[in-house]
Ligand binder design. Structure first.
Ligand SMILES: Cc1cc2nc3c(=O)[nH]c(=O)nc-3n(C[C@H](O)[C@H](O)[C@H](O)COP(=O)(O)OP(=O)(O)OC[C@H]3O[C@@H](n4cnc5c(N)ncnc54)[C@H](O)[C@@H]3O)c2cc1C
Length: 390
């Protein structure tokens, strides 16, 4: 239980925001989540939770751990293959073996099911929907938030921006600067596993490494293995629309990977429809906390999906943030607690942001322990980090 009950606002009820809300509420803080959507929608598709992310989630409560396991799939292995020959270049055993080694398995889950598990565990009357944050201000009296509908919320001891890649809170702290289109687009499709049953290792997480680093197909089970998720990326010169609901063309998808191995092509042949999104990223921030305001998840370190760590880093952030705020003796300690949180998270998230951009992770073997073995609940709290001079 926390030493002092803080009044904490969280901007954005996505994966990271709701993980933080649960962690902070669980320690007895007064938490309010401000979410721009009118309600939670079943948008998106996959979230890949490697053992480090599952261990962080499990500590949020038995209800969340059980709900996640009720809908997730448990990939048997993590396999790398070469796009044309199909040659296997690395294989890690996941499932029970990962659970023994890291204390948690890898789980793959529909984003909406993960969101529902987190939302159901948090008091519904502490989430304010249709509240799009437009401005924030810090005074001696605390942090104030203004919303696009003209309303406001005052007197917060801390405000956490978990408002995703286009974070308004980040812009308020460090100035507006748009994320960069990476020149890579991604196709996402879900097919019944029955249709692709003959593809070898269909219960595994398999990455087919393409002829260039922009080009790959990743596949893994979803919905307890009833469905198979397919994620494919390719280079594209420009992109004009950013959305998680844009339909892509199945014919275009198949065309891009026509020279891939027949087993990879069989996955694409099974698709009826596909979503298409662009991949955006930013460089690591030198700092992400100022006074009583800090950032979390994609708001602070949006990354390419190639290490499958976007959601995992947001959930780890949430746990480490809550542990640091719990250590505050009074509201006056919040700025220092946020500096300590940032100090504990910056090196790891920056390393994974840069590693994801490089897109070489586990291509030809390698040790996954530094990513999968991290325990957000046990990593020692930082000694006093220096406050940022803004
Ligand atoms: C609708 C949606 C679908 C997605 N689908 C997938 C997917 O299929 N696969 C995948 O790998 N990743 C997906 N992602 C991204 C993925 O969830 C994140 O990369 C990762 O989980 C990190 O989570 P986050 O909490 O930092 O950000 P997010 O999960 O993006 O959450 C940010 C939240 O902040 C809210 N928000 C934004 N601006 C404001 C504001 N000004 N005021 C109030 N609220 C605000 C957003 O509505 C959202 O709920 C999706 C994200 C969204 C928003």
């Amino acid at each position: 239980m926390a030493k002092t009950r803080l009044k904490i606002g969280i901007v954005g009820g996505g994966i990271g925001g709701l993980a933080a809300a649960n962690a902070l509420h669980g320690s007895g803080h007064e938490v309010t989540v401000f979410e721009q959507s009118k309600q939670y929608l079943r948008v998106g598709a996959d979230i890949n939770l490697t053992p480090n992310a599952v261990r962080a989630l499990d500590g949020l409560g038995a209800g969340i751990a059980a709900a996640v396991r009720a809908s997730a799939a448990r990939p048997t292995h993590r396999i790398s293959r070469t796009w044309d020959s199909g040659e296997e270049t690395s294989r890690l055993t996941m499932g029970d073996e990962a659970e023994r080694q890291y204390g948690a398995p890898q789980l793959t889950i529909h984003r909406a099911d993960l969101l529902a598990a987190l939302a159901d565990a948090f008091p519904a009357d502490q989430v304010q929907f249709a509240k799009r944050v437009s401005h924030i201000a810090q005074t001696e009296a605390g942090v104030s938030v203004e919303f696009a509908d003209g309303s406001r919320f005052d007197g917060l001891d801390a405000l956490i921006g978990s408002d995703g890649i286009h974070s308004v809170v980040r812009s308020a702290l460090y100035g507006a600067e748009s994320p960069r289109f990476t020149g890579v687009v991604a196709f996402r499709a879900v097919v019944p596993t029955e249709r692709v049953r003959d593809v070898p290792d269909i219960a595994a997480f398999t990455k087919w490494w393409g002829p260039t680093s922009d080009s790959q197909i990743v596949t893994f089970p979803l919905n307890q293995g009833r469905d198979t998720f397919i994620f494919a990326t390719t280079a594209q010169e420009s992109w004009h629309e950013e959305s998680w609901t844009t339909e892509g063309s199945v014919a275009e998808l198949r065309g891009f990977y026509a020279s891939f191995h027949p087993h990879a092509r069989a996955l694409l042949e099974a698709c009826d429809s596909v979503l298409k999104t662009a991949l955006y990223e930013r460089d690591p921030l030198p700092h992400w906390s100022q006074g009583r305001v800090s950032l979390l998840g994609d708001a602070s370190h949006p990354m390419m999906p190639f290490m499958a760590q976007g959601a995992g880093m947001a959930i780890e952030d949430a746990v480490v943030l809550a542990r640091n705020l719990d250590a505050a003796q009074s509201a006056a300690d919040v700025p220092q607690a946020l500096q300590n949180y940032e100090a504990m998270r910056k090196e790891r998230t920056s390393q994974i942001q840069i590693g994801s951009r490089g897109n070489n992770w586990l291509r030809a073997g390698g040790n996954a322990d530094w990513v999968y073995g991290y325990d957000a609940w046990k990593v020692p709290l930082a000694a006093k980090a220096e406050a940022q001079v803004s």
